[in-house]
Design a protein around this ligand. Structure first.
Ligand code: FAD
Length: 470
């Protein structure tokens, strides 16, 4: 990169928001540089988030299947055991292959990649402290902040990434801990808890609220929690961790009721802190250039993803909205389209949320609880996987599909799925909602047989009429 070359756009951060925005910008004819400091593209998602966690979820699921289900299918194995080192290696191979793939995409699309930490000097200059040493200043017509998020710390529980780990450390545990305490019952805690639970840990989830994954439909949530409990996960709801202490290689946590009361102790070999994430904007120079963020550090943007400083834009985890990779990507594409005079838009009401445990849970739109609260008249349709022929054939029958639709028009307002491959099945509901479909539209669409998708069709039928198979 020639430092004197003015760029149409400098993107700070090479995560799913930033790298996708950079590629899209180049495709639309902009001269673009993406600045990334961590030494690899793909951000939190690819390096220490979505991808490595899914790799470990898959490996541990295979182990669980081999241990618990193979015999029922007539597959006889000897004793099944785990080679954690090999499992971590497999995960790392997936990550490395994918990050290298983004570098190739950058080359193909002529996106310049500046390795180092970026700082906004003024609305037209990004200074980069280069990874190889030295600094460079990149003149920019526009700047896009895509610096993502970091773990929110808990007072009294200092992360050392050995005994008290963040999700990053939880992806690198070298041997299966006997006891693991997960602080925070959100999707990250439940996914990582599932990984180590399946491999043999006794996992206890401590959650401040009276429920896990608060954004989930409460009927689905109850079924989901029961399912995790059946797998051996324990839950301490309405409980807060106030202190931690290291003794004899163990962590002792002090816990007490969220609203205060007598404290007790919990012992663990590993503690995972997963009580939320917050925008990461340290060292970015936001205050100096006057970019406004709220008290939690969330950068404020208008409908064009522009901050209060003209020419400086922001997307992804560091702005409002769900902290999810696909939302960051959509933000990135829309922001860049808008910069180029096109009509970019992201509908946050149709961003699906997926928990990749087994069974999976996937959701889009409103929950029944929200509709009640908002006094919107609605209809409900449900269909259990127990009555779906494919689920029966593959012996994966836990869970259900649930629709909520407008009582008067039948327009789909939300869809909630707990079950096998829920994360894939949700997308026809998302698509339906984007097109303003009714549940009848989905029910009258021919679905292949035998598929799990037929459970979606039948739940849709159950919403406006009656299902055939239950
Ligand atoms: P990030 O991915 O955080 O990328 C920001 C990048 O900017 C980072 O690489 C950082 O190094 C870089 N950066 C920051 N500051 C600077 C600077 N000053 N200069 C240069 N570079 C900088 N989401 C899903 O949708 N599905 C999942 O299954 C999922 N699983 C997850 C599992 C875990 C364990 C975790 C932690 C997260 C998971 N997420 C998942 C969330 C997902 O990772 C984030 O929503 C997503 O990565 C946000 O993308 P982003 O581009 O906004 O930021």
């Amino acid at each position: 990169l020639s430092t004197s070359d003015e760029q149409d756009l400098v993107v700070i951060g090479g995560g799913p928001g930033g790298y996708v925005a950079a590629i899209k910008a180049a495709q639309l004819g902009m001269k673009v540089t993406c600045v990334e400091g961590r030494g690899a593209l793909g951000g939190t998602c690819l390096n220490v988030g979505c991808i490595p966690s899914k790799a470990l979820l898959q490996s541990s699921h295979k182990f669980w299947e081999a241990k618990k289900h193979f015999a029922k299918h007539g597959i006889i194995t000897g004793e099944v055991s785990v080679d954690v080192e090999k499992m971590l290696e497999q995960k790392q191979n997936a990550v490395t292959g994918l990050t290298k793939g983004i570098e190739l995409l950058f080359k193909k699309n002529k996106v310049s990649y500046s390795k180092g930490w970026g700082k906004i000097l003024n609305p037209n200059t990004v200074e980069v402290a280069l990874s190889e040493g030295g600094t460079t200043a990149i003149p920019a017509r526009r700047i896009l902040i895509a610096t993502g998020s970091e773990v929110t710390p808990i007072p009294g529980v200092a992360i050392d990434e050995e005994k008290i780990v963040s999700s990053t450390g939880a992806l690198e545990i070298k041997e299966v801990p006997e006891k693991m305490v997960v602080i925070g019952g959100g999707y990250i805690g439940l996914e990582m808890g599932s990984v180590w639970g399946r491999l043999g840990s006794q996992v206890t989830v401590v959650e401040f609220l009276d429920k896990i994954v608060p954004t989930m439909d409460s009927e689905i949530r109850r079924a989901f929690q029961r399912s995790l409990e059946k797998q051996g996960m324990k839950f301490m709801l309405k409980t807060k961790v106030t202190d931690s202490e290291m003794a004899d290689g163990k962590v002792k946590l002090t816990v007490e009721p969220s609203q205060g009361g007598d404290s007790t102790e919990l012992e663990a070999d590993i503690v995972l802190v997963s009580a939320g994430r917050r925008p990461y904007t340290a060292g970015l120079g936001l205050e100096e250039v006057g970019v406004k963020a709220n008290e939690r550090g969330v950068i404020q943007v208008d409908e064009n993803f522009q901050t209060n400083v003209p020419g400086i834009y922001a997307i992804g985890d560091c702005i409002p909205g769900p902290m999810l990779a696909h939302k960051a990507e959509e933000d990135g594409v829309a922001a860049v389209e808008i910069m180029n005079g096109q009509a970019g838009h992201v509908n946050y009401n149709t961003v699906p949320g997926i928990v990749y445990t087994w069974p999976e849970v996937a959701m889009v739109g409103k929950t029944e609880d929200e509709l009640k609260e908002q006094k919107i008249k609605y209809k409900v349709g449900k269909f259990p996987f127990m009555a779906n022929s494919r689920a029966r054939a593959v012996e994966d029958t836990e869970g259900m599909v649930k629709f909520v639709s407008d009582a008067a028009t039948d327009k789909i307002l939300g869809a909630h799925i707990m079950g096998p491959n829920a994360g894939e099945l949700i997308h026809e509901c998302v698509m339906g909602m984007e097109y303003g479909a009714s549940t009848e539209d989905i029910a009258r669409t021919c679905h292949g047989h035998p598929t799990l998708s037929e459970a979606v069709k039948e739940a849709a039928m159950a919403t406006y009429s009656k299902p055939i198979h239950s």
